[in-house]
Design a binder for this molecule. Structure first.
Ligand SMILES: Nc1ncnc2c1ncn2[C@@H]1O[C@H](COP(=O)(O)OP(=O)(O)OP(=O)(O)O)[C@@H](O)[C@H]1O
Length: 467
């Protein structure tokens, strides 16, 4: 058998291994469903450029010269980016690279390309780091997919696509979104594809996307995707369809130890940028909690009343309320709307078009309060969100504290040095324990708010201004 035949056969086998089920919303459904199923079974958790966090850079190639000016670039020009990209960056009002951009870009852009596993706090500009890498590596004369970016939700895929388009505005780049219900031509020849894993797998399987020229494979929120049952396999199977020398780039704010091992398997010999857990909290986000236990045994009602009591604060700017179940999101949204409070809900059970409508109106500031599940806990970047409420503390499918999800949720505020406040609702001893464990994990104290809501409001308002 010739080499070409062998690799064709390998690809055919790999295609068979890709999930053939309804994979559309696999990642987000997995996040939501896992939690919901177990709950039912049991009866059912400034200026950033001047911030002081330290970054540890581990070079896979120990011979590399860590003192090279490339490893400590101070401006976008120093990175040797093409003029068209510099125009795009400055058009977006980026004056200087953030720390992760400064550290990651020289490693990402080196030749021959090296894999990368990178970590940086939420809202610190990881998207631009991989977007610039992709835009720098595209051969614009070749009209074929050359970079593949996977995101865990359609909302994040759409947002990432917009960033890439804006950054590449002065280039000849062409892009395509591989998300549910997107109208794509029978053969996609755009340079860059951004999508969710299920849809991308399906399109490659149906040969709508030809993977043979892909030279960059980026998993954004990579720990999330690699940690999900089935989806880790899906991401790995997808990788097998890509050329051997494809550069694999994994980004996230969080990397639980158990996931790191998968990361190294999918991105062998990767350069690595890591942070310690205690460096992960964004200083600009002030973290509070309300103890709902003290006032009523009817915890559910009590939580809801407190949320409604905080409504004027929620609408000072924009806010996101995270709940565990889709039903809770809808229930609260409906109850609050009946009281003429302007809130919207977003979760994986909505139709694709509805989801787009909800997030677009929230992004445009037309709605001020968004009630949602973990489906948009990651990556969503909306500058005006200055408050996040954990109506239900984040737990995994076994009911254990989920510090990673906590960090991503609260990271929807305090973006790129902005002001942010997060408020956790504690309604029983278990949720208190979850919160205490998360506090311990990040070595960060959460401040108790007084029972008196007026007083609590004053404290939060002050924190919103002072951070
Ligand atoms: N160098 C820069 N100068 C100014 N603003 C920047 C720069 N880099 C990124 N930003 C802005 O910072 C915000 C956060 O960036 P981004 O969404 O990439 O964060 P992230 O690190 O991916 O966060 P998350 O972990 O939540 O996904 C965006 O609004 C982006 O436009």
């Amino acid at each position: 058998m010739s080499e070409v035949d062998q690799s064709t056969e390998q690809i055919a086998n790999d295609l068979k291994n890709l999930s053939t089920g309804p994979v559309e919303d696999a990642v987000e459904d997995a996040v939501e469903d896992a939690v919901e199923e177990v709950l039912t079974a049991e009866e059912r958790a400034t200026d950033l450029l001047e911030s002081s966090y330290s970054v540890v850079v581990k070079l896979a190639d120990q011979q590399a010269d860590a003192n090279s000016p490339l490893y400590s670039a101070k401006s976008f020009e120093d990175l040797g980016l093409h003029e068209d990209l510099l125009k795009g960056i400055y058009n977006m009002k980026f004056a200087k690279p953030s720390k992760i951009q400064e550290r990651a870009l020289p490693l990402l852009l080196q030749n021959p390309p090296r894999n990368m596993i990178a970590q940086s706090q939420s809202g610190t500009g990881k998207t631009a780091a991989f977007a610039l890498t992709i835009l720098s590596r595209i051969n614009y004369d070749l009209h074929a997919p050359q970079a593949l970016v996977l995101s865990p939700s359609r909302e994040l895929a759409r947002q990432t696509m917009e960033v890439i388009q804006e950054m590449g505005k002065f280039t000849q780049v062409t892009t395509a979104q591989a998300i549910k219900d997107e109208n794509l031509p029978p053969k996609v020849n755009s340079h860059i594809i951004v999508g969710t894993p299920g849809t991308v797998s399906d399109l490659i399987k149906r040969r709508v996307i030809d993977a043979k020229n892909i030279r960059l494979y980026v998993l954004d929120e990579a720990d999330n995707m690699l940690d999900m049952q089935g989806l880790g396999d899906q991401s790995r199977n997808l990788k097998k369809l890509l050329p051997r020398d494809c550069q694999i780039v994994l980004f996230s704010a969080t990397w639980a130890d158990r996931v790191r091992q998968f990361a190294h398997e999918i991105a062998p010999k990767a350069n690595e940028i890591t942070l310690k857990p205690e460096e992960l909290s964004v200083d600009g986000i002030k973290q509070f909690y309300v103890d709902c236990r003290s006032q009523s045994k009817e915890n559910k009602t009590q939580k809801y009343d407190i949320l409604v009591g905080l409504y004027s604060l929620l609408t000072v700017s924009q806010s996101i309320i995270f709940v565990k179940k889709r039903e809770t999101a809808d229930e609260i949204a409906q109850k609050m709307s009946e009281k003429h409070h302007a809130v919207v809900s977003l979760h994986g059970k909505l139709e694709a078009a509805q989801r787009d409508e909800v997030i677009d109106s929230f992004r445009a500031g037309k709605s001020k309060v968004l009630i949602t599940t973990n489906v948009i806990a990651r990556g969503i970047d909306i500058a005006n969100v200055n408050m996040v409420v954990n109506y239900d503390m984040p737990t995994d499918q076994y009911g254990r504290p989920d510090p990673e999800t906590y960090l991503h949720r609260i990271g929807r505020t305090g973006r790129f040095g902005r002001t942010g406040v997060s408020v956790n609702f504690v309604h029983d001893n278990k949720s208190m324990q979850v919160m205490n464990d998360i506090e311990a994990h990040f070595d960060r104290k959460m401040v108790a708010l007084p029972d008196d809501l007026d007083e609590a409001e004053e404290i939060i308002k002050k924190a919103m201004k002072s951070t």
